[in-house]
Design a protein around this ligand. Structure first.
Ligand SMILES: [Zn+2]
Length: 124
């Protein structure tokens, strides 16, 4: 464990998909699978609860980008239907995974920074 951990910006940690505490350890072990803990500072990721947040943001952002791109391709360039199928059928899942990684990492970093957790009626 590093001797002094400097605060990490949630946006930087999200963009790099790194640990929200130290900013060094990797957050994911696969495309979207979280590790159990940070391999640099040992922070356990059991507190993580992003729910559907990243998916909702990704749907809105990706829907706007892909629909806009499809409309531009259709009405400005007049591409045939099979180009749409190839273009959006390949690009949309790739964009979705990268966007979900970034959004999930950013929401985890924000959850860590703001100490967000489920509400309780009494303190333990
Ligand atoms: Zn860490």
């Amino acid at each position: 464990m590093p001797s002094a951990i400097l605060p990490v910006s949630p946006l930087v940690a999200g963009l790099k998909c790194r640990c929200p505490r130290c900013g060094q350890g990797r957050l994911f072990s696969g495309p979207l699978n979280l590790r159990e803990r940070c391999d640099q500072c040992g922070l356990g990721y059991a507190f993580v609860d992003t729910g559907d947040g990243p998916a909702v943001f990704a749907i809105f952002i990706l829907g706007f980008l892909c629909l806009g791109g499809a409309l531009i391709a259709e009405f400005k360039f007049g591409v045939p239907w099979w180009v749409h199928v190839l273009l959006w059928g390949v690009l949309t899942p790739i964009f979705a995974v990268f966007l979900l990684r970034f959004l999930k990492a950013t929401l985890i970093a924000l959850q860590f920074k703001n100490k967000a957790e489920e509400g309780r009626l009494a303190k333990e």
